[in-house]
Design a protein around this ligand. Structure first.
Ligand code: IPE
Ligand code: IPE
Ligand code: MG
Length: 237
């Protein structure tokens, strides 16, 4: 079982179009798939699930679509947080949330505070997230520490750097799933993908369910992760 799984939840728009509906219909349907993914992760002892909900580039979409996505985020926080908390899920939003309206920012902070002590599953929602932003943000925090004289540049190593990225203190990313058929990273977890296994599926996000998740995990379990070693070294270790 992977300890940490991330998912690029892609294909909502195409799913809706295939049904002759407008794109936002697909985003609404995608919420059920999020529930399925969280349920699977909880039931199978996955420690962290990181979902790409809105990228820093998604602001460039038509304003109407962006508005629906923000509204949906708001509604989902209203309707799901209580249950997540009851199920022992710790909720975290990663990304540059300063761009959201203050009500939403407050709601996020409240949900994070309420669930902070839960340890059944950490659910990270990446919203206004970009992998490059995450790296630059860590660099900026380190630069501030250096400027304040609390950190020496020579003390910066991979582990110090990692501690300033948005998934610090969670297990390393084991498996990255992308639905919707594209084979790209779209500025998701660039730093964290160093040794993650990738799994691509043509399934469109609203059709994702526990069996799609199980198929990805099965594929992952059959791989040999070598981390630079030879296959023989891994077998004898
Ligand atoms: C993913 O689905 C959801 C978000 C990016 C918010 P898309 O909206 O990208 O769906 P497609 O890729 O256009 O089908
Ligand atoms: C990636 O999907 C972002 C999310 C799933 C939130 P996109 O649909 O934005 O990615 P591109 O534009 O096809 O690379
Ligand atoms: Mg897309």
């Amino acid at each position: 079982m992977p300890k940490h799984v991330a998912i690029i939840m892609d294909g909502n728009g195409r799913w809706a179009r295939q049904k002759g509906k407008i794109r936002t219909f697909g985003h609404k349907a995608g919420v059920d798939a999020v529930r399925e993914a969280v349920k699977y992760a909880r039931k199978n002892g996955i420690q962290a699930l990181t979902l790409f909900a809105f990228s820093s580039e998604n602001w460039k979409r038509p304003a109407e679509e962006v508005n629906v996505l923000m509204e949906l985020f708001n509604l989902v926080l209203n309707s799901e947080v209580k249950r997540l908390n009851k199920n022992g899920v710790r909720l975290k939003v990663i990304g540059d949330t300063r761009r959201f309206d203050t009500k939403l920012v407050e709601k996020i902070a409240k949900a994070e505070l309420l669930t902070a002590a839960n340890d059944a599953l950490t659910l990270n929602i990446a919203a206004n997230y970009g992998g490059r932003w995450d790296i630059v943000d860590a660099a900026r925090q380190l630069a501030e520490d250096v400027a304040e004289g609390v950190l020496q540049p020579s003390d910066i190593d991979e582990s110090t750097f990692d501690n300033h990225t948005s998934l610090a203190s969670l297990p390393d990313l084991d498996l990255l799933i992308r639905t919707g058929g594209e084979h790209r990273i779209s500025n998701f977890l660039l730093w964290q993908c160093a040794y993650a296994e990738f799994y691509f599926t043509d399934v469109l996000w609203p059709d994702f369910n526990e069996s799609t998740f199980a198929a990805a995990v099965k594929d992952y379990a059959e791989r040999q992760r070598r981390f630079g070693l030879t296959g023989e070294q891994v077998v004898t270790n």
